[in-house]
Design a protein around this ligand. Structure first.
Ligand code: 3Y8
Ligand code: NAP
Length: 250
């Protein structure tokens, strides 16, 4: 049976894999959740929107004759990744994750690790500070409980409404640069950076800029995801495909 890949996307690594897969002439479909207005174009066919839970994904795998799933979603996309494990187990479709190692603090980093978004909110008790809340849009509501701070937010799309009053807003999508993030932190006189431990390179510039400026970082650890095979690079994914019988024509 010819190979047909489903790439669960939405990260820089997923886009790099799509370029490799297109270059190898493999039949693939790239999937976005539909979170942002204009997601990046891809060199393979794209579908946008949820599947309808694990059962909906299993149905998609069957109806589209998907032979392999590469879960290249973000480490905080725990719902999608959990559904991928369940749907692939139910259908017997091969699954691997393309995921990046967590960041770890270096000697000059001033990190405080917290377990999740709720723990980050708890950790923001205390005197008012100027906080760069760089966790995106979906969990902003949780931080309304800590309205004593002055927040700088960076979002991909301009929102209709914000759950945080008086926040400063930057509309931008990564990847970002250390120089521009350092300037942003200085311009807004930021005293604390709140970040997900996303790993990879596309979101790390604010962490490097914080280190250069000697700023503390509240680092949110990743959610737990069910066990699955994992790879770190598109090349390892291509090896995995070759080992599972896909003819890469080389
Ligand atoms: C829709 C699709 C590529 C992928 C680029 C990566 C890097 C730039 C850095 C900051 C942190 C944040 C956020 C971030 C980064 C990459 C990558 C990454 C962080 C796009 C994209 C989609 C999304 C969804 C969006 C979330 C939000 C999170 C912004 C595309 C641009 C904060 C995560 O408004 C919303 O609803 C946004 C939602 C999930 C987290 C949140 O809770 O708000 N990403 N980001 C995907 C879909 O529809 O399936 O256009 O590329 C992808 C990228 N965002 O190909 O170059 O690989 O991670 N994305 C975090 O890491 O903390 C920004 O500002 O410093
Ligand atoms: P999530 O909470 O794990 O998933 C919630 C639901 O969104 C899933 O159950 C699924 O709906 C749908 N979904 C998520 N990713 C999808 C995809 N790639 N294709 C089709 N449907 C998808 O996911 P999330 O954290 O909102 O992330 C959404 C997207 O943004 C993903 O592509 C992810 O890679 C990207 N992203 C997320 C973050 C982050 O911080 N969370 C950062 C950067 C990029 P159904 O149950 O209906 O199938």
């Amino acid at each position: 049976m010819p190979a047909k890949l489903l790439i669960l996307g939405g990260t820089g690594e997923a886009s790099a894999l799509a370029r490799t897969v297109a270059g190898a002439g493999l039949d693939a479909v790239f999937s976005y959740a539909g979170r942002v207005d204009r997601p990046r174009e891809q060199p393979v066919p794209v579908r946008v929107g949820g599947f309808g839970g694990a059962d909906g994904l299993a149905q998609f795998l069957r109806s589209q004759a998907i032979s392999h799933v590469v879960d290249a979603t973000h480490p905080f996309a725990a719902g999608m990744s959990t559904n991928a494990v369940a749907a692939c187990a139910a259908t017997g479709v091969r699954l691997i994750a393309l995921t990046r190692a967590p960041w770890s603090a270096g000697p000059r980093d001033r990190w405080t690790h917290v377990a999740d978004i709720a723990a980050a909110v708890d950790a923001l008790a205390g005197a008012p500070r100027r906080v760069f809340l760089a966790v995106g849009r979906m969990h902003l509501g949780a931080f309304a409980a800590r309205s004593q701070h002055r927040y700088l937010l960076r979002l991909v799309d301009r929102p209709e409404a914000l759950p945080l009053q008086g926040a400063d807003l930057v509309i931008d999508r990564g990847p970002f640069s250390v120089e521009s993030d350092r300037a942003l932190l200085q311009q807004h006189r930021i005293e604390l950076v709140v970040s997900k431990n996303s790993g990879g390179t596309g979101a790390r510039s604010k962490i490097d800029a914080a280190r250069q400026l000697g700023l503390p970082v509240l680092m949110i650890d990743r959610p737990v995801i069910p066990a699955r095979d994992e790879a770190r690079t598109p090349a390892q994914i291509m090896e995995w495909l070759a080992h599972s019988g896909v003819n890469l024509g080389v």
